[in-house]
Design a protein around this ligand. Structure first.
Ligand code: HEC
Length: 190
């Protein structure tokens, strides 16, 4: 039989061990603090379906490459009428309110001979890629704040794609269309 003295010693040892473990735990917790996740719970992938009713979801952003793959040059020609109040589209055409746009896809920004560009346009060097033209034509003043192009923009993405596909045909060397994602699906937005 164990006497109570022995039992006390055993209990004491156990208690002591627990105490040590506890304090190690506290200290370790201080050193190796586990960062709390920024968001609680899981991200649930929701396939976007346009909400029925008056509050329609905003148009999801489809990559320009994919839009161009489905673009309609003929329709683009019609859209381009919006531009012709200010732009000539012919090779060697005159500068009007805006510069001649023949060969503008792939052209250096603000580079057309004889046209006096705004400081804003001159302050944003680079080539007119499909990507940039897509942004510019969505809202000229958002892409180039202070631009002299007094045009609100074309809000419909497919209309911009049609227009860009058409503009690209007005060139001595049309630019290759950007490659759409394999499978033709838009890349999931992160
Ligand atoms: C109200 C007149 C007006 C309309 C309409 C207009 N533009 Fe312009 N556009 C301008 C002016 C002015 C500039 C020069 C902008 C500057 O210097 O900031 C310009 C510049 C541009 C440029 C830059 C050209 C370069 O050489 O860098 C592009 C591209 C362009 N316009 C495309 C279009 C397209 C496409 C449309 C039709 C959807 C259109 N614009 C409609 C007036 C107009």
């Amino acid at each position: 039989m164990m006497d109570s003295f022995e039992l006390n010693k055993i209990l004491g040892a156990i208690l002591g061990t627990l105490l040590v473990l506890l304090s190690v735990n506290i200290v370790a917790g201080g050193i190796f603090s586990v960062p709390k996740p920024a968001k609680r719970g899981y991200d649930i992938a929701v396939t976007e379906t346009p909400a029925a009713g008056p509050a329609a979801a905003p148009e999801p952003e489809v990559p320009i490459a994919q839009l161009l793959a489905n673009a309609d040059v003929k329709k683009g020609e019609t859209v381009a009428k919006k531009c012709m109040a200010c732009h000539d589209l012919h090779k060697g055409g005159p500068n009007k309110v805006g510069p001649d746009l023949y060969g503008v896809v792939g052209r250096e920004r603000g580079s057309h001979e004889g046209f006096s560009y705004s400081a804003a346009m001159k302050g944003k060097p680079g080539k007119w890629t499909f990507e940039d033209l897509n942004h510019f034509l969505t809202s000229p003043r958002s892409f180039i704040p202070g631009t002299a192009m007094a045009f609100a923009g074309i809000s419909k993405a497919s209309e911009r794609a049609d227009l860009l596909a058409y503009l690209n045909t007005l060139s001595d060397n049309p630019q290759p269309l950007p490659k759409a994602e394999a499978g033709g699906q838009p890349a999931p937005k992160q």
